[in-house]
Ligand binder design. Structure first.
Ligand code: NIG
Ligand code: FE
Length: 409
């Protein structure tokens, strides 16, 4: 199969004769592009690209005339919980009326509410619902995604979620990474036996998950009242014994020590970061741990936003992800995420696009496959509608300017 795209108004985030793993600090503002370009896809890979002035003769199975339209690498959304059973719109109203996210959780809502609903639902129904969500975000340009367990909170429920993710991997047509997040909350029956639940995770569930190859990464919700630093350390150590790299929830609600523990345990990423200051930024310097900001959750919970500018000014990379989940961010809409990042975190459109393409790929160890327009990489691409500029994507907030997600062509 050969696809030829011509008259591309701007071909964004190209990479020639380099091997970029991620972009950091000032580099984040640079998004190399070609004006008036062509691109050839062959058997799902980027075959070649260049300027229209030097367009090659080519025969193709499909030709797209992209006059007025742009092409970008597909979004790489490195943090989601899209496998869930039911929305939590009732809690949304409770929060509007004054309850905090933590109060909702303490009353047995929140993650425990999602766990109850998930454990009641059969696997086929859970798969169908999750696939529908995946198709929706793909129509908004997502071309690689990470999905977490963590609404099972028991052996059967966690395995059910991870099997659903495995089936999505097999059928969705885009790269998917799975993270094992049994340490998301303490289930009701372990409310007074936290040690018992940690043992269940480490001694029973984890060996089965690892044995069946159901997870790529180990996740923990490291937070006051959830899993504190000592528990997080034990769980990450256990994960490492099975070769599962950490990707953790850190510093969402408090300065919980999550960033430091992530760095100490060589986490691939530390995600959320609403509550970070100088100390956390300092600890990230010199590490390979990617700071992943989830401003959609801060938006939906009415919290203060992540200090993206301080992190970038410290010379660090920033990755953006949606956190799509029924509680703190019921949206996997990356164009909307870009709007929030630009307006609230004061990231430029170029920084925001880098954050959710090459840096998103890096936060899933897909940087050799995804995240830039490079010969040989997987051709998961966004073809936009006719738009005047790159900035128009976050500017036109709430609207979808993705005309087509190109995959498997
Ligand atoms: O990333 N904070 C922990 N986990 C999710 C939310 C889970 C939920 O509320 O269902 C998050 O925000
Ligand atoms: Fe999350």
């Amino acid at each position: 199969m050969r696809l030829f795209i011509k008259n591309i108004k701007l071909l964004h985030n190209i990479e020639i004769s380099t091997s970029i793993r991620k972009v950091s600090g000032k580099e984040m503002a640079i998004l190399p592009c070609i004006e008036n370009a062509w691109l050839v896809v062959e058997d799902g890979r980027i075959h070649s690209f260049g300027e229209m002035a030097a367009m090659p003769e080519t025969d193709a199975d499909e030709i797209i005339d992209a006059t007025g339209k742009m092409v970008l690498p597909a979004w790489c959304d490195s943090h989601t919980h899209i496998v869930f059973a039911a929305p939590r719109d009732g809690e949304f109203v409770d929060r509007i009326k004054g309850l905090s996210y933590e109060e909702v959780a303490r009353r047995g809502g929140g993650i425990l509410n999602s766990a109850r609903r998930l454990n009641e639902m059969d696997e086929a129904e859970l798969y169908d619902q999750s696939l529908a969500r995946l198709h929706k975000v793909m129509a908004q340009g997502t071309g690689a995604i990470e999905i977490k367990s963590g609404y099972g909170l028991c052996l059967e429920g966690e395995l059910k979620m991870l099997r659903v993710i495995r089936k999505l991997k097999e059928n969705a047509g885009i790269p998917i990474k799975a993270s094992f997040l049994a340490a998301h909350a303490y289930p009701v029956e372990y409310k007074h036996d936290k040690e018992g639940y940690i043992k269940l995770i480490i001694e029973k569930i984890l060996p089965i998950v690892a044995g069946e190859g159901l997870a790529d990464y180990m996740d923990v919700f490291c937070e006051q009242g959830f899993f504190e630093v000592p528990e997080t350390e034990r769980i990450l150590e256990a994960g490492w014994k099975y070769g599962l790299k950490p990707k953790i929830h850190a510093n969402q609600l408090h300065h919980s020590g999550g960033v430091e523990v992530g760095v100490k345990y060589k986490a691939l990423s530390v995600d959320h970061l609403e509550c970070v200051g100088e100390a956390e930024i300092e600890s990230l310097k010199g590490s390979n741990t990617m700071p992943v900001l989830l401003p959609g959750a801060a938006f939906f919970l009415g919290m203060h936003y992540q200090p993206a500018r301080k992190i970038i000014d410290a010379g660090l990379p920033v990755c953006l992800a949606t956190d799509y989940n029924p509680g703190s961010c019921p949206s996997g809409n990356v164009p909307l995420l870009l709007s929030i990042a630009c307006t609230q975190l004061r990231m430029t459109p170029e920084e925001a696009v880098n954050a959710v393409t090459i840096n998103g790929a890096a936060a899933m160890e897909l940087e050799h496959e995804m995240g830039t327009i490079k010969v040989g990489k997987r051709a998961n691409l966004i073809l936009t509608k006719k738009i005047p500029s790159l900035a128009y994507i976050p500017y036109d907030y709430g609207n979808n300017n993705v005309e087509r997600l190109i995959i498997n062509c």
